[in-house]
Design a binder for this molecule. Sequence first.
Ligand SMILES: *[C@@H]1O[C@H](CO)[C@@H](O)[C@H](O)[C@H]1NC(C)=O
Ligand SMILES: *[C@@H]1O[C@H](CO)[C@@H](O)[C@H](O)[C@H]1NC(C)=O
Ligand SMILES: *[C@@H]1O[C@H](CO)[C@@H](O)[C@H](O)[C@H]1NC(C)=O
Ligand SMILES: *[C@@H]1O[C@H](CO)[C@@H](O)[C@H](O)[C@H]1NC(C)=O
Ligand SMILES: *[C@@H]1O[C@H](CO)[C@@H](O)[C@H](O)[C@H]1NC(C)=O
Length: 207
Amino acid sequence: MALPWALAVLSLLPLLDAQSPACPNFSVPITNASLDQISGKWFYIAMASRLPGFKEKASEIHASFFFFTPNHTEDRILLREYMTIGDQCLYNSSSVKVHRENGTLSTSEIDGEYYDHLLLPKDPKTFMLASFPEDKQYMGLSIFADKPEATPEQMQQFYVYLSCMGMDKSEVIYSDEKKNVCLPLEKQHDEERKKEEERSETGTALD
Ligand SMILES: *[C@@H]1O[C@H](CO)[C@@H](O)[C@H](O)[C@H]1NC(C)=O
Ligand SMILES: *[C@@H]1O[C@H](CO)[C@@H](O)[C@H](O)[C@H]1NC(C)=O
Ligand SMILES: *[C@@H]1O[C@H](CO)[C@@H](O)[C@H](O)[C@H]1NC(C)=O
Ligand SMILES: *[C@@H]1O[C@H](CO)[C@@H](O)[C@H](O)[C@H]1NC(C)=O
Ligand SMILES: *[C@@H]1O[C@H](CO)[C@@H](O)[C@H](O)[C@H]1NC(C)=O
């Protein structure tokens, strides 16, 4: 029996070799450099999640973009998010907690704290969030990019991580930038911020 077993093991080796590099390490500690990398404006591109009810909720989000402003000393990220739900723009600002040691970000919802593992692929123009990567019933993966549309290479990386977790392409929901109705609100906020800055500059000048 020794020989067939050895052959079986040998025939598995190339498979394991081909698969393991594709699987990300879900618990890479978050550093100041990773916080700098995710700082700025991001667009939601696509997601898959098995959380009950989530798919229904997520399919109503046609488009979303947000600004991450990390605070390195507080281990928090200010999140300013613009979501197009149906034909409406919803704006929300909240605080995301950074858990450096296990590489997770968490948000507080009414029903508790939700943890997402931050994944930084080689391409710094994207990042991904994985939730419950070990749990087939609840797992989820989403991809964000610095532009409203991801490149085929960026999507390929997402699909590789997705299949590595055991999920299927058919589970993916995609954003639709054409439905984004939040640009006027973003512009309005920009103008308000500029006015606020001018006002405070004049204020200091008068002191
Ligand atoms: C993931 O990365 C962490 C920190 O670099 C390391 O401690 C851990 O062993 C890695 N896990 C795997 C499965 O490689
Ligand atoms: C980070 O938070 C601390 C404590 O609230 C605050 O003093 C500091 O100004 C913040 N840093 C930045 C860059 O916003
Ligand atoms: C991260 O940045 C903060 C604020 O600049 C600094 O206090 C801290 O020492 C840095 N941590 C590391 C590990 O470099
Ligand atoms: C990550 O670390 C935080 C703080 O130590 C802990 O509360 C949380 O449960 C951990 N999350 C995961 C998914 O390991
Ligand atoms: C805004 O964010 C908070 C914190 O994440 C959340 O509890 C709340 O439901 C959000 N509101 C909307 C309208 O999305």
